[in-house]
Design a protein. Structure first.
Length: 282
């Protein structure tokens, strides 16, 4: 992997949640390539450790840790291990998040008769599914920040990067809980930026557009690998006409974490979306 921005993070400790997944593991590798000691956190510790092992195999410093971003005790335990292995946190990427089928409607538009039809309408969304999605995305950002920002408040330079989404700006059909939760992340990013503005912590976010990953594969591709109708609509609404590549998140990520290039930037959310947010459809 070639870094789009060169920066020196030697001696820095970076914590990345959701690092068992593809997007956050690539971010973790980029930080390691810049010299940081990287802690990869995930509820699936095997996936986190596998990604960490791949980073170590390339000559960098990384380790996987079991952590549930919805449990304070789990985060505290991981924090204690990281302090022992690497030292206090300088950079936190809140990457854990996701959607759930229980919080997703089957159809984009409600039609008369849907309540009694064999389809999951808005009225059939399950409370526990909606609560899970809100908690995973919002509480799953708040709790790690509470835990690891304790290390950062007295540092001269420290950074928190949250992961929002393009549906934080305009909600996507079928996924009201996920859209609302990501909107909360952008608002929380601004709140944290102000709250920590008298310390050395800067707080920013990125808003990925459409990237094809395992998490959204069922929405984007049929079982035979052909694109779904939703994929056609996505690409038609993305002026660049394609999905993003994972590495294309790194330019904005490394820029926002750069204490020289972005020293006066806090509270922003940068879209990385191939023009999706700029296109009216006409």
């Amino acid at each position: 992997m070639k870094l789009p921005i060169q920066m020196d993070l030697t001696g820095k400790v970076a914590v990345v949640t959701g690092a068992g997944g593809v997007l956050c593991s690539v971010m973790a590798e980029a930080l390691a390539m810049c010299g940081a000691k990287v802690a990869l956190l995930d509820r699936n510790v095997d996936a986190a450790q596998a990604n960490a092992d791949a980073i170590v195999a390339k000559g960098y410093i990384a380790k996987g840790y079991a952590a549930n971003v919805l449990e304070k005790e789990s985060l505290a335990a991981a924090h204690a291990e990281i302090l022992k292995d690497f030292g206090p946190c300088d950079i936190l990427i809140n990457g854990a998040g996701g959607n759930n089928p229980m919080a997703t409607t089957d159809k984009e538009y409600f039609e008369i008769g849907d309540i009694d039809a064999d389809t999951k309408s808005f009225f059939d969304l399950e409370q526990k599914g909606v609560e899970f999605v809100f908690n995973l995305n919002f509480i799953g950002t708040l709790l790690p920040t509470q835990e690891f920002a304790k290390d950062m408040v007295e540092k001269e330079h420290a950074n928190i990067l949250n992961i929002a989404s393009m549906n934080a700006y305009t909600p996507l059909t079928k996924i009201p809980a996920y859209s609302g939760a990501k909107a909360a992340i952008t608002n929380f990013t601004q709140w944290l930026a102000v709250h920590f503005s008298k310390t050395g912590i800067r707080v920013n976010a990125i808003a990925p557009g459409f990237f094809a990953t395992k998490q959204n594969a069922a929405l984007l591709f049929n079982a035979d690998g052909t694109p779904t109708a939703r994929t056609g609509k996505i690409l038609a609404a993305t002026p660049m006409g394609r999905f993003g590549e994972t590495e294309e998140l790194l330019g904005a990520t490394l820029f926002l974490l750069n204490d020289e290039a972005a020293s006066f930037i806090t509270g922003v959310c940068i879209p990385i979306d191939g023009g999706f947010s700029s296109y009216s459809g006409v």
